[in-house]
Every structure is written in structure tokens, then in C-alpha cells.
Design a binder for this molecule. Structure first.
Ligand SMILES: [Zn+2]
Length: 284
């Protein structure tokens, strides 16, 4: 029954997208997390389907478009991956790189520092899943990529962004701890990759995980702050920008993935987007 309702909702989203599709070029960002080996064929189909509607752009091109240094001429898409899983390195190697696609990887730096399976499982359970599961329930393939793999991605044209050190809900931190999470992750990534780190994605991505002062601090540290709220980024142009992202499962289905990427679910996030923009607009 639940599966049938879910399927019907997906179909409605697709119909809605077809009805409301705009011819104006859109600037979209997709967000993926873990990509289990078994989902790679579906992920590949999704990427192929997206290719028919979008041009894939690098983080550097995305920055230029937002800064109005480059014109948005057609639907454009930046791929992002949160949490630094090893499976993302494999998906990049097997699916993205053969197509010449580069992506942006958001890294919680302490996850890549986990030296044992036990430490990684404890991090996933307590940090990435915020204690909702125990370490023994963590899937065996939820392991971090290594720093060496991140350096390889970087050398192949992919980019990295900060996802804090310990993956907290930043709205709940004291200002001292928040500063440590923002700065230490940035300086670590910058030292490992020998480049500037301009992008930050706050953990959990929803409006409940952040507040006005945390968002302001994040925007003081990074020119681009990524949320998990869905929306089109074409209207932005300020030097400090909030980025909307479409979260998708790698096996969500090509039709649903394309419809979502074209904005089928934007309406659901309108109030949250407005709230965050209000927080940012009233920076003092
Ligand atoms: Zn995360």
C-alpha cells in the first residue's frame, strides 16, 4: 500500500513538472549521499536521462554563473555528494569520469580521519545519523573515502567543500564551537588539497538544523553555503549566496529524478527558502 502511494506521488510530481516546465534556463544542484554498489546501474541511467535535459557544469563554472561572470544559456546542473563515502569515489570513477562530468564533494573531515571500521561505524551512527541508529546497525559499506582518494578526485577536476568536522546541527552549537567546525574543516581541506575551499554545506540541510546566526557565520566564512532545500539557483547573483539543492537517491528512477531536477517539488520548500533568505538578507 505504502509503495503504491509513493509510486502515485512520484507520478503526480512528474505530471506537475511537465505542466509547469519553464523554458527559462535553470541552474540546479543535485545532492546525493551513499551510493550502494547495487544502485550504480540505476545511477548511470539517471545521469544519462539528465544529460538529455541539462548540461553538467563544474563547481568553478557554477561559481562564475552565480557571480554573473558567465551567462546561463541552458539548463545547467552541478552534482554534489555529501558525507565523504567511499562509494562516491567509486561512482565518480565508474559513472561520472567516463562522461567528463566533475562534481563537488562535501567532506566532514573527522569521518575521513577514522582509522578503523569501528571508528567509522561509530561516526556514522552518532554523527551522520545523529544517534538514530547504533554502530552495529551501520551497513558494512558505509565507509569513508581516504584522503588519498579525495586528493585523486581533486586532481581529476572534481572539487571539495566543507561539511564541518563532526557533522553537527550547526544551529545548536555555541558560537565558539561553530567557529571551530567552520574553520577547522576548511583549513584541513585546504591543507590536504592545497587549494581554497569556497563551498560549505551545513549538515542535515533542512531549516530546523540551522538558525539565523549560524547561517550568518557560515556566510562570513564561505562565499557559497549549500542547503538541502529544493529550488532553482538562477536568481542569485550576490557574492555570498545560499544554494538550493535537490536531494535524490541514486535509484530514485530516471523519470522522477529528471522531474525533480526540473523543479517538480520546489513548491514544497517555498516557505523554508523564504525563511532562510530573510535570515541572510537581514545580515548586520
Ligand atoms: Zn551530511
Amino acid at each position: 500500500m505504502r509503495a503504491r502511494i509513493k509510486q502515485r506521488l512520484k507520478e503526480l510530481a512528474i505530471d506537475f513538472a511537465a505542466l509547469t516546465r519553464s523554458s527559462e534556463p535553470q541552474l540546479r544542484v543535485l545532492l546525493f549521499h551513499h551510493l550502494p554498489q547495487s544502485t550504480l546501474p540505476d545511477f548511470e541511467l539517471l545521469i544519462s536521462a539528465l544529460t538529455q535535459h541539462f548540461q553538467f557544469i563544474s563547481a568553478a563554472t557554477f561559481e562564475k554563473i552565480l557571480r554573473r561572470e558567465e551567462r546561463l544559456q541552458r539548463h545547467s546542473l552541478l552534482l554534489t555528494f555529501d558525507d565523504g563515502f567511499r562509494s562516491q569515489f567509486e561512482a565518480a570513477e565508474k559513472v561520472l569520469e567516463p562522461r567528463g562530468i566533475t562534481a563537488l564533494f562535501f567532506i566532514p573531515t573527522a569521518f575521513l580521519d577514522c582509522r578503523s571500521t569501528e571508528a567509522a561505524r561509530a561516526y556514522v551512527a552518532s554523527r551522520l545519523c545523529a544517534g538514530r541508529i547504533s554502530p552495529s546497525e551501520v551497513a558494512a559499506d558505509l565507509t569513508p573515502m581516504s584522503w588519498e582518494q579525495l586528493r585523486i578526485l581533486n586532481s581529476r577536476g572534481h572539487a571539495a567543500g566543507s561539511h564541518t568536522v563532526n557533522h553537527p546541527a550547526i544551529g545548536a552549537l555555541s558560537s565558539d564551537l561553530l567557529l571551530l567546525e567552520l574553520q577547522n574543516s576548511k583549513s584541513r581541506l585546504s591543507a590536504e588539497l592545497e587549494c581554497d575551499i569556497k563551498h560549505f554545506a551545513y549538515p542535515f540541510g533542512n531549516s530546523a538544523s540551522v538558525n539565523s546566526s549560524a547561517l550568518k557565520k557560515a556566510l562570513e566564512s564561505y562565499p557559497f553555503v549549500h542547503t538541502g532545500l529544493r529550488g532553482d539557483n538562477r536568481q542569485h547573483g550576490s557574492p555570498a549566496a545560499l544554494i538550493w539543492r535537490e536531494s535524490l537517491a541514486p535509484d530514485c528512477g530516471a523519470k522522477f529524478g529528471v522531474a525533480t531536477a526540473l523543479g517538480a517539488l520546489d513548491w514544497w520548500y517555498a516557505l523554508d527558502r523564504r525563511r532562510l533568505l530573510r535570515w541572510v538578507e537581514h545580515r548586520s
